[in-house]
Design a protein around this ligand. Structure first.
Ligand code: F6P
Length: 324
């Protein structure tokens, strides 16, 4: 292996720059060349790449976003698109590609490897934490802290005005962000896709809180929850049924994807990417590196794509007890 490529793809996440830096520096350490592809698979298709060396990744460990930029390439979903991408990789003499992203990125990498025999190594980078084979994905911890910070502020005004707030958080089909930030922010109720507690339970819980003397409350709603109403409809429904509540909605949206990565995400990105380069140099391919119980381990990419991680139901119980 003489030349390693790296790219970031799909939704960006804080810590991707720390990951790019770690790939470039590990390549420099092991004396192999490193090339960064711009805008994920789209840059591969267009042959848009730059050489990375130890110095060109200086001063980025602390930055949110990704200096290689990111995209969800539609063209890569076509056979012709993938042929173009593979041709550019071969022309650039790339011996292995390190793909930083989520399951869409890994699915793309798997097809690229199957159709064009390009060795790929996946590094989980998404705020959603929804990747099997790792307890943490790069960006998740920072996103949690962003949510906590925002909800703390909402709590101030909720309390001043005796209001109920529904706060929608990201996570796509997974409730990791909602569940953990909900407990960390002291939410009254947490609605996640993995566990539909139903509208009745929500009303009962809010009614109980009112009776027990609570004057303001926060409900964290995961964007993928299955309660059957969007967050605005949910607030309206609660107002209709419990008119004494002055219910407001805040959708946190993309602020969850930005910001300087936490120390946890920087260390995670650094550890995962040094390992990814070492495994590539060892000739391994079609794997994903992950952190399980604080150890960096690799699993087959197909296995990472086969399952989804499960939420810790104990956290729901804790939330229930603490919202008494
Ligand atoms: O996968 C990360 C994520 O932020 C999800 O939480 C969210 O559903 C989605 O991406 C939003 O995608 P986009 O940035 O394309 O709107």
């Amino acid at each position: 292996i003489k030349r390693i490529g790296v790219m970031t793809s799909g939704g960006d996440s804080p810590g991707m720059n720390a990951a790019i830096r770690a790939v470039a520096r590990a390549c420099a350490y092991y004396r192999v060349e490193c090339f960064g592809f711009m805008r994920g698979f789209q840059g591969m298709i267009e042959g848009d790449y730059i050489e990375l060396n130890a110095r060109s990744v200086r001063n980025i460990i602390n930055l949110g976003g990704t200096v290689l930029k990111s995209a969800r390439s539609k063209e890569f979903l076509t056979e012709e698109g993938r042929e173009k991408a593979a041709a550019h990789l071969k022309k650039a003499n790339i011996d292995a590609m390190i793909l930083i992203g989520g399951d869409g990125t890994f699915r793309g990498g798997k097809i690229l490897s199957e159709e064009h025999n390009i060795p790929v190594i996946g590094v989980p980078g998404t705020i959603d934490n929804d990747i099997f084979g790792t307890h943490y994905t790069i960006g998740y911890d920072t996103a949690l802290n962003t949510v906590i910070d925002a909800v703390d502020k909402i709590r101030d005004t909720a309390s001043s005005h005796n209001r109920l707030f529904f706060v929608e958080v990201m996570g796509r089909d997974a409730g990791f962000i909602a569940l953990n930030s909900g407990i960390g922010a002291g939410a009254e109720e947490i609605l996640i896709p993995e566990e539909d507690l139903g509208l009745d339970r929500l009303l009962n819980s809010l009614e109980r809180s009112r009776r027990s003397g609570k004057t303001s409350s926060i409900v964290i709603v995961s964007e993928g929850d299955k309660i059957g109403k969007n967050v605005f409809e949910l607030a309206a429904y609660v107002k209709d049924n419990l008119p004494y509540y002055d219910a407001k909605v805040t959708v946190l949206g993309h602020i969850q994807r930005g910001g300087s990565p936490t120390c946890f995400d920087r260390v995670l990105a650094s550890r995962l990417c040094v390992k990814a380069v070492e495994l590539a140099l060892d000739g391994q391919q079609d794997i994903m590196v992950g952190m399980m119980n604080n150890e960096i381990k690799a699993i087959e990419l197909v296995n990472a794509l086969k399952s989804k991680p499960t939420i810790n139901k104990e956290l729901l119980r804790i939330s229930d007890i603490l919202s008494v």
